[in-house]
Design a protein around this ligand. Structure first.
Ligand SMILES: Nc1ncnc2c1ncn2[C@@H]1O[C@H](COP(=O)(O)OP(=O)(O)OP(=O)(O)O)[C@@H](O)[C@H]1O
Ligand SMILES: [Mg+2]
Length: 241
């Protein structure tokens, strides 16, 4: 893929934590309107790569670029202003706030603040149908994920990094998530990188899949092709991690 076509990516990332090398010469690129899947056994370094991509961890070497700019030295907040959004493995919502208050806090975080009308738009976008006076901490996993995603959409991100968005969801919810992400990508031309263990979600959703094992990218390609790759199957089933 030509570098000019990618809106977001990294090149040659090496990350050590506590004296251990966690990522080795990792590169990844994603275009607008594309869903890139990121898979790999437990402990492969997927979340650590997201920490580097989002600006929470500083890698020892390598480059991160966003929308034509080198953001390697920019932190989480600066990258988020430039259009990068991220969700986490565990959907932590503000436990004591209601849904409405959570939206209000998210709206007021922008300067100038977003209108309530936009929070209603975002709630509809993700099909969040719970009453706004419900306490966010009482929502089930899927509604928490929807609420957090709706808050992120208020920023009109260009790139969305999602860490295991299907974990804790039942099959019908995964189908809904699949449709929802497709809509975001097609209508808002987002570039999405999604870490996922549920391969059935990626099979339907991802345009391409990258495979990380023991901190190294070992395969890249169309989902079906990657899932059949012997090196990938060995990494998963022979307990290489
Ligand atoms: N802050 C840290 N300090 C030291 N080691 C860490 C730190 N964070 C992660 N690691 C180690 O880095 C390796 C990769 O962890 P990471 O969480 O990135 O894997 P993962 O692919 O996201 O795994 P999972 O599928 O279980 O979520 C693991 O061996 C982990 O123990
Ligand atoms: Mg992880």
């Amino acid at each position: 893929m030509g570098a000019a076509a990618a809106i977001f990516g990294c090149e040659g990332v090496n990350l050590s934590l506590g004296g251990r090398q966690i990522l080795k010469d990792v590169s990844l690129q994603v275009r607008r309107g594309e869903v890139l899947g990121l898979i790999g056994p437990n402990g492969a370094g997927k979340t650590s790569l997201f920490e580097v991509l989002s600006g929470r961890y500083v890698a020892q070497s390598g480059r991160v670029t966003l929308d034509g700019a080198d953001v390697t030295r920019e932190g989480l907040v600066a990258r988020s202003r430039l259009g990068l959004a991220r969700t986490y493995q565990s959907p932590a919502v503000p436990a004591a706030l209601t849904v409405g208050e959570t939206f209000r806090a998210a709206r007021l975080a922008y300067a100038p603040a977003r209108s309530r009308h936009e929070a209603e738009w975002a709630a509809r976008l993700v099909n969040l149908t719970v009453p706004w006076d419900r306490v966010a901490g009482s929502l089930d996993t899927f509604d928490r994920r929807k609420l957090l995603l709706a808050c992120l959409m208020l920023r009109r991100p260009k790139v969305l990094l999602m860490d295991e968005p299907a974990s804790g969801l039942i099959n019908t919810e995964i189908d809904e998530l699949d449709l929802l992400l497709r809509t975001l990508v097609d209508e808002y031309h987002l570039a999405v990188v999604v870490i996922e263990h549920r391969l059935e979600l990626l099979d339907a959703l991802a345009d391409r899949v990258n495979v990380l094992n023991l901190g190294e990218m070992i395969a890249e390609g169309a989902p079906g092709e990657v899932f059949r790759n012997p090196a990938v199957r060995a990494a998963y089933f022979e307990g290489a991690a």
